[in-house]
Design a protein around this ligand. Sequence first.
Ligand code: KG4
Ligand code: ZN
Length: 337
Amino acid sequence: MEILAIETSCDETAAAVIGDGKFIRSNIVYSQIDEHKKFGGVVPEIASRRHCENILPVVKEALSQAGMSLSEADAIAVTYAPGLIGALLTGVSFAKGLAFSCGKPLIPVHHIAGHIAANYLDAENPPAPPFIALVASGGHSHIIEVRKHTEFNVIGRARDDAAGEAFDKAARTLGFPYPGGVYIDRAAAEGDPYAYVLPYPKTEGEFDFSFSGLKTAVINAVHNAAQKGEPIDKNGMAASFQRVVSEILTDKTIGAAKRYGYDKIVFAGGVAANSGIRRLLTETCGRSGIRLFIPPVALCSDNAAMIGAQAHYEYLAGKRAGLNLNAYASMTIGAAP
Ligand code: KG4
Ligand code: ZN
């Protein structure tokens, strides 16, 4: 079963061919980040326009690297939610056109389900549901009970800033370029994780997240130092911030696994590339007798391979979209399109 998958939910125009839900035949990601960097964030209108320009060459390249013609694909998959609406619509409209013109089934994929499915691309040892998933990206922080490949129960979510958003805002305050998560990661490696005392924001829901207070604490510390003319220890602040985020994500996810009776955790999303969080989660799961799965760094951020992996299971579950498929800027994982 060969699936041609398309992902355009944010600022990456991506296409991939995935065999049997786990073999990466090709995985093309065209990132627009250099263009958005100068604005300090993704500009939706620019993102949509670049997707329109790049989607055809990116899809052609994915087929070419897979050594396949379009007619050899068994189905077309596309991210339909959540994300930037104009960006999503580009991929959805293109995929609908392709599916219609070549008479292939169209499979709608939820972006967060796709992030989780990046873990299935380990052909040797993919995690099989049920398990607890921690998904942390620029737009989302979720703890999800994954009952089956296509059945999800959200048990915790970000109540304000997502983890990646907090990384990016803290990074901007420290003078790093957008998106700043990776710069915090690098600076943290050189800093003292106890250089600054930062708050652990409280949440009403036990497994919910709140990162906005933590982000504000970094901003205040940096501004206070500037007003007093004192230097800021950038590496120490990055390391302290990353330590607190790592502890919050690890404590809550392992707490959720224990509460819901799971001994398997899957980590996914752009923030899963963070070396400090990967380390703490790995050590703590090891001590708690929990098996942990994390994709290789290259599959943590947005790509179409993960969409193809999830699409395989959606296809097996009978999920098909018609030509009336729409895109949605926000939609809960597991809700019907
Ligand atoms: O999953 P993703 O590529 O896009 C969304 O679906 O949002 O995640 C992007 C986010 C950004 O906030 C970026 O700063 C963060 O992932 N990120 C990291 C690292 N690499 C990417 N955050 C912390 N440490 C990293 N190494
Ligand atoms: Zn994403």
